[in-house]
Design a protein around this ligand. Structure first.
Ligand SMILES: Nc1ncnc2c1ncn2[C@@H]1O[C@H](COP(=O)(O)OP(=O)(O)OP(=O)(O)O)[C@@H](O)[C@H]1O
Length: 476
């Protein structure tokens, strides 16, 4: 999609030159010579600019007043000020009002181009978040947490109640696949913040430095590679909700920085002197017991108490196997629709297998099993061969996972290491991808006598990635 840039500039030569320049680069461009014309253009809902490149002093007002007046309606648009009269108080006010950047004329074309590109990227990201919000808002009512067991009804009631109250933070606990992400969406899209962004970050997915700049944002030049300004996820979640998945994996020093943001409601991007006000609700999820993590020093107690205004535990599927009565038909209907299938019958034997399995991967695992079964179905009957095997079923309904099938993972042979690593993983849902990865790195380190360089070479990755995994999985 071609992005639109609005240029607000009272100097006709410069205005037209900028318009021509960005039109040649492939953007839609609009030009307003004063605030009045700019207001007319901005009131057109059909042709909303993604970027406004504005002079500060205009014949009938200032660009800053225009920004203040319109910013409520233009949350997916970035402002860059380009002024010959730039003074510190103006730039401070511009940034406080949420402008993306403030450049003083004359400014080098490459610098302007770089700022324009990053501002457009930022506007696109915000637009995506807002579009997702509108679509998702229709889907996530408290009832989308399916299940009629006592414990599920309690959970749905709790989600309904929490959606009505203005809390600042909440912790969701529960095993993988129990619906912590789903609960977050329900909480956000049924709250008074529903029209604002829901921004998600998995704290286990990024190495520390990247996590810090993703969360807090950075200024151009804040570190090697920081070419231009970047709004962090905390800033992007302003007025909305920030979902921090796997919060237990966040390094301790970032925990301290996050706590400061929560307490002061102020944020400083990396490399910036400027503090920005932020208003966010945090929903933090973890599969760990955070109280234990606090006791053993892996999680800051002050952050734990700040976040645990409410704590909601999502039950495992094996605690509520009767929910299969509702979950299975709902999921089969969903996959019928997606795959154009017509599965309408589940045989008593298939039900028995579904109900006697322990579901270590919870609803996510159930979804995967049913998706596979529906896609591969050849009749109205749910096929049985892809349902959990009898040997992974225990009478009590609790896991005692005998590997159903095993997959052989071989490390490549090298001159340094002639012996094959004999790694076998159960693929019955009892072992997650992360555990497998941790096991591979642990065994490789043992085989290579702790030589990280050698491990990285054999696994065709970088030393940093191996070091990151050593930290992440506590493999020292
Ligand atoms: N009660 C439920 N009703 C309907 N769908 C559910 C329910 N619980 C979970 N799901 C679905 O199962 C899948 C996994 O859930 P989700 O990603 O929310 O789990 P999670 O607890 O956040 O997992 P992880 O800790 O691994 O991130 C999603 O597609 C979610 O919509």
């Amino acid at each position: 999609m071609t992005e639109t840039i609005l240029i607000i500039e009272d100097e006709p030569l410069l205005g037209q030159e900028l318009q021509r320049y960005y039109a040649d680069l492939g953007y839609e461009t609009l030009w307003a010579a004063d605030c009045r014309q700019a207001r007319t253009i901005l009131s057109d809902q059909e042709n909303r600019p993604a970027l406004i490149l504005s002079d500060l002093s205009l014949p009938d007002g200032t660009g800053l007043d225009l920004l203040e007046e319109t910013r409520g309606n233009l949350s997916d648009c970035e402002w860059v000020f380009l002024t010959g009269y730039g003074e510190v108080p103006d730039s401070v006010r511009a940034l406080r009002l949420g402008a993306f950047d403030f450049l003083t004329k004359p400014c080098v074309q490459e610098q302007l181009d770089m700022v324009v590109r990053s501002a457009l990227r930022s506007a696109q990201a915000q637009r995506r978040i807002l579009t997702d919000s509108v679509n998702a808002g229709r889907r996530y009512s408290p009832e989308s947490f399916i299940g009629n067991s006592k414990v599920s009804r309690q959970t749905t009631n709790m989600l309904r109640q929490l959606s009505q109250v203005p809390y600042s933070a909440l912790i969701l606990t529960g095993e993988t696949g129990t619906g912590k992400g789903l609960a977050t969406r329900i909480l956000h899209y049924n709250s008074d913040r529903a029209k604002e962004p829901l921004v998600e970050l998995n704290c286990a997915a990024l190495p520390k430095d990247l996590l810090e700049s993703e969360l807090f944002g950075h200024e151009a030049g804040a570190f090697t590679g920081a070419k231009s300004r970047h709004r962090g996820l905390i800033e992007q979640a302003h007025k909305g909700t920030l979902f921090l998945d796997e919060i237990g994996e966040m390094p301790l020093d970032l925990q301290a920085k996050l706590l400061k943001v929560l307490e002061d409601r102020k944020l400083r991007r990396l490399g910036s002197e400027q503090e920005l006000s932020v208003d966010i609700r945090i929903i933090a999820a973890t599969h760990r017991n955070l109280q234990d993590e606090v006791k053993n020093g892996h999680f800051r107690s002050d952050l734990y108490y700040r976040l645990s205004v409410f704590e909601l535990r999502l039950p495992s599927l094996r605690e509520r196997l009767e929910d299969l009565d509702d979950l299975v038909p709902a999921l089969i209907a969903e996959f019928n629709c997606l795959a154009g299938k017509k599965v309408t019958q589940v045989s008593p034997r298939a039900w028995q297998r579904l109900k006697r399995y322990a579901w270590p991967g919870n609803v996510r695992e159930l979804r995967n099993v049913l998706e596979r079964s529906v896609i591969l179905s050849l009749s109205h009957q749910l096929p049985e061969q892809w349902l959990p095997g009898a040997d992974a079923v225990v009478e009590s309904g609790f896991a005692e996972t005998n590997p159903r099938t095993v997959e052989q993972v071989e490390a490549p042979q090298t001159a340094a290491e002639q012996s094959k690593l004999d790694l076998q993983f159960p693929i019955d849902g009892s072992m997650g991808l992360e555990e497998m990865e941790s096991e591979i790195v642990r065994k490789m380190l043992a085989t290579c006598n702790g030589n990280v360089m050698e491990v990285a070479r054999i696994l065709k990755t970088t030393r940093e990635k191996i070091r990151y995994r050593i930290e992440k999985y506590h493999l020292r």
